[in-house]
Design a protein around this ligand. Structure first.
Ligand code: AMP
Length: 403
C-alpha cells in the first residue's frame, strides 16, 4: 500500500509517497510560497520515466487546496508521474506538531480527533492551524482514503512527572497546560529504534541518548523504548542553543531586555526565536557549514558560537546519563549531527572521556551512512543515523490502517 505523507506549513507543504511494504520512496518534493507571489512546486520522482529528475513548476497556488491538487496531478502525470491513478494511494499520514496530553500516540483521524487538534492550536499557534489545513484539504480531495495524524509531541508523553513539570504554581499546569512537551518526537523514536536494530539489541532494553542537531535541535533520553526526558519544553525555543533560537535562558532576561531595548515582550520573543542561538552568537551566520569554515580559519565569532553549541550538547547529554543512571548508546542525527564529523569527534574527546567513549576516526569520517563510529572497545556506543520522519509517519499510518 502507498502512503502519502503530508507535512503542511503555513505557506509550504512537504510531501512523500512511500510504498509502505518495501519502504521505498516513490516520489517526494515540496510546494513553496503557497498564497504568496512566486509559488512553485518541486517534484522528484524516484521511479517511472523521469526517475531521479527534479521537476520544478512555477505556477500560482493561491491556497493549500491548489497546492495539494498540483501534487496529486504530478503523482499521476503521464510523463513523469509514479502511479496510474489516485486509487493507488491507500492512506495519508499527516505530520501534526502538537497533540497535547490527550493525543499521546498516532491516531486515525475523525471529527473528534480534529477537534482535539484544534484545541492544541493555542499550544502551537504557528504549526497546528497549518497542519489542520492539510488535513481538511486532503479529506476534501480524497474523502474515502483513511488518514492518520502523527504528532511531534506524542513520543515524549511517556516522560515522568518529575521531568515534565516546571517549578511554577501547579495550577498553571492544570489550568493552562503549561509543562514540558518536547518536540522532534517522530525523529527521536525513529532514530532510537534504528540504533537498537543496528546494535542488534532489543529496543526495550537499551538506554539511548539521541542528539537531533539540525536548525532546530533537541536531545532525548530514551530508556527501554520510552522517552524519559527531552530538552525542548513548552515550546521548541527551549533547551539547546539552536540555529536562531536561544535555548534555555534565565526567564528574568525577558523583562530586563524589554526595559533596556525599549521593546515589547512580543518583539523580545521574536528575537529569542529568530535572532538568537548560533545566529546571534556568531553575528549573523546560521548555516553550520559557514560556522565550521569560520572555526577552521580561527574566526573568533564562529569559535564562540561553536563552543557554546558543543558545551550545550555535552552537558545536556551528561544530565541524561544521570537521569537514566547510565547510557548504552549516543546517537547523532539531523543536518548537523549527520554531517558534523569534526564536531562529533571534538565533543566525544573533550567532554565524554568519563563515559569511556573512543571514536574510530575512519568510521566517523564516513558520510551518508548509518554507522557505529565508536571503536569496538568503547564503553558507550556512538552512532550516526540519518533521521527519516516521513518513513516513521508512513509506518505509523500503515499500522493504524491495518488494525
Ligand atoms: P536540518 O534542520 O536537519 O535540515 O539541518 C540543517 C543544518 O544542517 C544547517 O545548519 C546546515 O548547515 C547543516 N548541514 C547540512 N548539510 C551539512 C553538511 N554537509 N555539512 C555540515 N553541515 C550541514
Amino acid at each position: 500500500m502507498n502512503v502519502f505523507v503530508v507535512n503542511c506549513g503555513s505557506s509550504s507543504l512537504k510531501y512523500q509517497l512511500i510504498d509502505a511494504q518495501s519502504e521505498v520512496v516513490l516520489a517526494k518534493g515540496l510546494c513553496e510560497r503557497i498564497g504568496i507571489d512566486g509559488s512553485r512546486i518541486v517534484f522528484k520522482p524516484a521511479c517511472g520515466k523521469k526517475s531521479g529528475e527534479k521537476i520544478t513548476i512555477e505556477a500560482p497556488m493561491p491556497d493549500h487546496t491548489n497546492a495539494i491538487r498540483m501534487v496529486l496531478d504530478c503523482l499521476v502525470n503521464e510523463d513523469y508521474g509514479v502511479i496510474r491513478s489516485l486509487d493507488e494511494i491507500g492512506a495519508i499520514g499527516h505530520r501534526v506538531a502538537h497533540g497535547g496530553e490527550k493525543l499521546a500516540s498516532s491516531v486515525l483521524l475523525n471529527d473528534d480527533v480534529v477537534k482535539e487538534i484544534e484545541e492544541c492550536c493555542e499550544l502551537a499557534p504557528l504549526h497546528n492551524p497549518a497542519n489542520l489545513i492539510g488535513i481538511r484539504v486532503c479529506h476534501e480531495l480524497m474523502p474515502d482514503v483513511p488518514m492518520a495524524a502523527v504528532f511531534d509531541t506524542a513520543f515524549h508523553q511517556t516522560m515522568p512527572r518529575k521531568a515534565y513539570l516546571y517549578g511554577l504554581p501547579y495550577r498553571y499546569y492544570t489550568d493552562y497546560k503549561i509543562r514540558r512537551y518536547g518536540f522532534h518526537g517522530t525523529s527521536h523514536r525513529y532514530v532510537s529504534q534504528k540504533a537498537a536494530q543496528i546494535l542488534g539489541v532489543p529496543y526495550e532494553s537499551l538506554k539511548t541518548i539521541v542528539c537531533h542537531l539540525g536548525n532546530g535541535a533537541s536531545i532525548c533520553a530514551v530508556e527501554n523504548g520510552r522517552s524519559v526526558d527531552t530538552s525542548m519544553g513548552f515550546t521548541p525555543v527551549a533547551g539547546l542553543v539552536m540555529g536562531t533560537r536561544c535555548g534555555d535562558i534565565d526567564p528574568a532576561i525577558v523583562e530586563y531586555l524589554t526595559e533596556k531595548e525599549h521593546k515589547d515582550v512580543h518583539e523580545i520573543n521574536r528575537i529569542l526565536n529568530k535572532e538568537s542561538g548560533i545566529y546571534g552568537l556568531s553575528g549573523g551566520l546560521v548555516d553550520f557549514r559557514d560556522i565550521r569554515k569560520g572555526c577552521q580559519e580561527g574566526d573568533e565569532k564562529c569559535l564562540r558560537a561553536m563552543d557554546v553549541f558543543m558545551y550545550n550538547i555535552a552537558t545536556r547529554v551528561g544530565a541524561y546519563v544521570a537521569a537514566m543512571n547510565g547510557v548504552d548508546a549516543i546517537v547523532f542525527t539531523a543536518g548537523i549531527g549527520e554531517n558534523g564529523d569534526q564536531m562529533r569527534k571534538d565533543i566525544c574527546e573533550q567532554y565524554w572521556g568519563y563515559l569511556g567513549i573512543k571514536i574510530d576516526d575512519e568510521k566517523n569520517s564516513l558520510s551518508g551512512e548509518d554507522v557505529v563510529i565508536s571503536t569496538p572497545d568503547s564503553k558507550v556506543k556512538v552512532l550516526v543515523i540519518g533521521t527519516n520522519e516521513e518513513l516513521m509517519i508512513a509506518r505509523e499510518t500503515m499500522a493504524l490502517v491495518k488494525e
